[in-house]
Design a protein around this ligand. Sequence first.
Ligand code: HEC
Ligand code: HEC
Ligand code: HEC
Length: 132
Amino acid sequence: MYNKGTVIAGLAIFVLFVTFPIWFNGLDAGAMPKYTEAEMVPNGEKACVAPADVMRDTHMQLLNEWRDDVLRNSDRVMVKVDGKEYRKGLQIACMECHSNKEKFCDSCHEYAAVQPTCWDCHLTPAAIKEAQ
Ligand code: HEC
Ligand code: HEC
Ligand code: HEC
């Protein structure tokens, strides 16, 4: 009733197809992107708004919180880093220190395959320079 050969060949092709993402890169997600200190913080500041490991894990939540604070609760309270004050914001805080978006934010996001849409509206440091 069934053609055994065709069924097995079909199954084999199916298994190869669905596991393609696993074996395609030789079971390796590739090296983590590396940026130099100067690429990470071109203005030479030494501390972030939170410890680096916390920032690596939760900067997306922090940005959402800040956006809600500013836009929904009119809370633009300053964040103090090393005695210097920054207004809560994407350009006016993060990008003030991390002005090399391409080497810092983008290289890691490309690695992690995340595509934040923020830059559809918010200007990058490079776009601000271009506009001047
Ligand atoms: C559709 C356009 C749009 C998109 C997309 C967008 N924003 Fe905004 N965002 C705005 C506008 C408009 C303001 C208000 C600017 C102000 O009053 O300072 C704002 C303000 C903010 C603020 C508070 C103050 C400031 O100027 O930074 C944060 C933080 C913020 N956005 C983060 C984000 C993040 C993170 C993303 C991506 C995940 C994002 N936004 C995507 C339009 C946008
Ligand atoms: C006052 C300057 C300054 C501001 C403002 C700032 N950062 Fe940082 N950021 C740094 C410094 C300096 C480091 C490295 C700290 C360390 O190694 O201990 C860092 C580290 C990080 C890291 C970890 C990177 C790694 O490889 O360890 C991420 C992610 C990050 N920042 C994202 C952000 C985001 C998102 C914002 C805005 C919400 C922001 N930073 C605001 C200076 C700043
Ligand atoms: C060390 C790696 C790394 C660096 C550096 C980094 N990010 Fe991220 N970012 C991630 C990862 C991973 C995610 C996705 C997390 C998730 O999906 O939960 C992410 C997500 C985000 C998101 C949410 C995107 C979405 O669609 O919800 C925003 C906004 C963001 N990052 C902003 C920044 C900004 C701005 C910088 C530079 C100042 C930066 N990130 C630097 C790793 C990084």
